[in-house]
Design a protein around this ligand. Structure first.
Ligand SMILES: [Zn+2]
Length: 183
């Protein structure tokens, strides 16, 4: 159980716990979402889920547009109680990183396209459609976190053993959230 740069890192049972649905989008919830965004930008992540800051609620923040470079614009998406309502049978494998598993990037197979519904911070029901892009990967990765699933649980048992070894080596070498290996 460890928190580094305000991020819960694996292994930690909070990362493998089903999160509660948000009942009220009140001031506390908005504060939580904004502080998650701050943490995400500070660690150069493109997404963050509430369990990664130790809060077991269905809240996700994503920004796939901001890369910290000059001219890059912030486009913060706040997703409350997000649900995948449709996904393609067709899948793609891409290398993903995770703030809670610093120092490694792992090949994860996911649907190529997804449709997600979620409330925004004003309580409006929003729909996001993403196909063959970073947003499609990020939506699935972050929503997994709300159901206690990290990248490690998406791997086959053999791949997982390898990944855990690589992760332990990265941690021993001082990896911090936001650092992924150049794959
Ligand atoms: Zn993650």
């Amino acid at each position: 159980m460890a928190i580094v740069n305000n991020i819960v890192i694996a292994p930690d049972k909070r990362l493998n716990t089903e999160c509660d649905k948000v009942q009220d989008i009140d001031a506390d919830l908005v504060r939580l979402a904004k502080s998650m965004a701050k943490t995400m930008y500070a660690t150069d992540g493109c997404g963050i889920a509430a369990p990664q800051v130790g809060v077991l609620k269905q809240v996700v923040v994503i920004d796939v547009d901001w890369d910290g470079s000059k001219g890059s614009r912030k486009n913060t998406l706040y997703l409350i109680n997000p649900e995948i309502v449709d996904k393609s049978e067709e899948t793609e494998v891409s290398y993903e990183g995770c703030l809670s598993i610093p120092g490694v990037s792992l090949p994860i197979e996911r649907s190529s396209s997804v449709v997600v519904r979620a409330r925004d911070l004003q309580g409006r029901l929003m729909q996001y459609e993403a196909s063959e892009n970073l947003l499609a990967v990020c939506l699935q990765h972050e929503i997994d976190h709300l159901h206690g699933v990290t990248m490690l649980e998406r791997l086959s048992p053999t791949q997982r053993l390898e990944a855990i070894k690589e992760y332990q080596a990265a941690l021993a070498a001082g990896a911090r959230p936001g650092e992924t290996s150049a794959e």
